[in-house]
Ligand binder design. Sequence first.
Ligand SMILES: Nc1nc2c(ncn2[C@@H]2O[C@H](COP(=O)(O)OP(=O)(O)OP(=O)(O)O)[C@@H](O)[C@H]2O)c(=O)[nH]1
Length: 299
Amino acid sequence: MSKKGFKSGFVAIVGRPNVGKSTLMNQVIGQKIAIMSDKPQTTRNKIHGVYTTDDIQIVFLDTPGIHKPNSKLGNYMMKAAESALSEVDAVLFLTDVTEDLGGGDRYIIERLKSVNTPVFLVLNKIDKIQPDAMLPVIDKWRKLHNFTEIVPVSALQGNNVNALLEQVSKYLGEGPMYYPADQITDHPEQFVCAELIREKILQMTREEIPHSIAVEIESMSKQDNGLVNIGAVIYVERDSQKGIIIGKSGALLKEIGKQARTDMERLLGSKIFLELWVKVNKDWRNRESVLKTLGFRND
Ligand SMILES: Nc1nc2c(ncn2[C@@H]2O[C@H](COP(=O)(O)OP(=O)(O)OP(=O)(O)O)[C@@H](O)[C@H]2O)c(=O)[nH]1
């Protein structure tokens, strides 16, 4: 899906609680087509949202654990968060301009010093202070770290958020569109759709099948006309099971699809185009993506 000149990348958002991370995401997402998804990109990161235009896609990740650890688990999480920060293309360190610098901020800065990733200081809530009060704030922060860029914004009112996105895009390289621009993926919907397919299979086959299958929703996207395309894979453990599920001239698979689609349309309130594939995979139980569709998560 890579288009020439298309840029993409991953950007982590870090900061103390309440600085406005979610508000910033909502502002970014409100401006352009985007998805909110809780599907983790890796076991360490959660996706906050995806910003997509004709030329660029930025996948914003929430990096959990970047706070002062007070337990062994906290320490472990912290290490994971640090290495996650090295893998992204840029880090947005969000702060609240009305708040004094706290121990939490210093702690985060110390961690950021050990990564090579460009770090943006995003000074949020500028709508709450007078413009001439900004310079001393910038000075204060500048002394603490050599930030790649310092960008003041109001996530709530949207001031300067576009400028922030433009600055970030300078640090991204050419890359693929990781998520379809119109993706509506969301774990609960995917899970229920997979379960509906599984339910039809259970109803239409005999005992030997049910325990050997898993259903994975591979894609879910909405067209401009409202039609939702869903692609799903039914994993079985043996060739003979594949034959059973497909049925004579594909009749059983067709019926499974028809009935599942009817239920999904009721669930999602949209017309659905459902494509089903049957694949033999002895190890489906170890496939991480299948486990995720089934609701097992590492984070
Ligand atoms: N005035 C003003 N308030 C803001 C701005 N951005 C966020 N807020 C407010 O600050 C509060 C916290 O914002 P959140 O977006 O929930 O902060 P967060 O960093 O996601 O918080 P956690 O989820 O606890 O980490 C909310 O009441 C927001 O309305 C801003 O630019 N200006």
